[in-house]
Design a protein around this ligand. Structure first.
Ligand code: SD4
Length: 341
């Protein structure tokens, strides 16, 4: 092809290159694929994501596959197996964000097993970012997602019945105040307490693929026994998840209201932009929450997890107990997060 023909061909194809399918401009030859995810249940999630990342797949596909893995675990605390709201209904929140800042989310969706895939569909098939409640469910059904039964899982039913005895509206999230029994597959299995209940109801994960592109997702049943209609940080872009392909990505777990108040994950990414390591960026965001109300902070947990463009990861939490899993060519590991209080 001579130069004139080449330029003409380029001019013809350029308008059809959307942001989504344009080739990444950020290729970094030294970058390895990596995925990081919240809590010890992240091991299985990472393994699923790794199937995509290890064959040079896209980070977006990897994190969706990872999130679907835990949504499939009906006896786990994320997804339809999770704890219901105070009316006994499981409502799910999820969001997803790619390397081009495309994003999608669903909040308060009922009886749909894979909210993360609905969130991706909102991102890819609509001009919108968030669909909620009945509208989100209608959108899912119209797009072929099956309607599930809406029955509570055994552990959720038991926990709900126990909660109903007092019906105390006192949401406590992720404070490891009961001894956890590591049942199932060793140290990476979800934490189940001696009474059979599990306390981690959120999976947040971010990944970088072989091209150095970042994506992330969050999926959750949210705060247990919440007011029907309550939405936490998890489906809110900039709160539960933020991805900036130039800088890094972050996700959060814990009391969502505190994360929303400070636009938590956006703040973490902005701190990384200023040059802070992922761990320090998470720490500074946690400090923002603690400094706002130190007395209140003693009673709650929030943890941030971040990954930067170099593939470095780190986390920080208010209290002891937050942990995260990493999978790359170099490591497969559960990390205990540092904490402030
Ligand atoms: C929420 N951030 O709904 C979620 C809860 C959570 O582990 O992270 N639980 O506020």
């Amino acid at each position: 092809m001579n130069r004139r023909k080449f330029l003409k061909a380029g001019a013809l194809t350029a308008p059809f290159l959307t942001a989504k399918n344009a080739l990444a401009s950020t290729f970094d030859a030294g970058t390895k694929p990596i995925v990081v995810s919240t809590w010890n249940s992240g091991k299985a999630v990472n393994a699923e994501a790794w199937k995509v990342l290890s064959v040079k797949g896209r980070a977006l596909d990897a994190i969706e596959a990872g999130a679907r893995q835990i949504e499939d675990e009906l006896n786990c605390c994320v997804g339809l197996g999770g704890y219901p709201d105070r009316d006994g209904i499981v409502t799910l929140d999820s969001c997803i964000m790619d390397e081009h800042s495309n994003c999608g989310a669903v909040a308060g969706i009922e009886r749909i097993k894979h909210p993360v895939s609905v969130a991706r569909m909102v991102m890819e098939k609509t001009p919108h970012v968030i669909l909620v409640g009945a509208g989100a469910q209608q959108f899912a059904l119209e797009n072929g997602f099956p309607l599930e039964s809406g029955e509570l899982s055994e552990s959720a039913k038991k926990a709900y019945e126990d909660w109903l005895k007092k019906s105390e509206y006192k949401p406590v999230i992720n404070i490891e105040n009961k001894p956890a029994v590591k049942k199932q597959n060793g140290p990476f299995a979800p934490n189940f307490f001696e009474d059979g209940t599990a306390n981690h109801d959120t999976m947040g994960l971010v990944a970088m693929d072989a091209l150095g592109n970042l994506s992330g997702a969050v999926t959750t049943s949210g705060m247990a026994f919440k007011v029907h209609g309550r939405v936490g940080d998890s489906p809110i872009i900039g709160a539960g998840l933020f991805v900036d392909n130039e800088v890094g990505a972050a996700t959060s777990s814990g009391v969502g209201e505190e994360v929303i108040r400070i636009c938590g994950t956006h703040l973490v990414v902005e701190f990384m932009r200023q040059g802070y390591s992922p761990e320090m960026a998470c720490k500074k965001a946690v400090e923002r929450i603690v400094n706002r109300d130190p007395k209140k902070a003693k009673t709650l947990q929030v943890g941030f997890l971040a990954l930067n463009k170099k593939g470095q990861h780190g986390a920080y939490a208010i209290q002891k107990g937050f942990e995260y899993c990493v999978k790359s060519n170099d490591e497969e590991k559960l990390y205990q997060s540092k904490f402030i209080l």
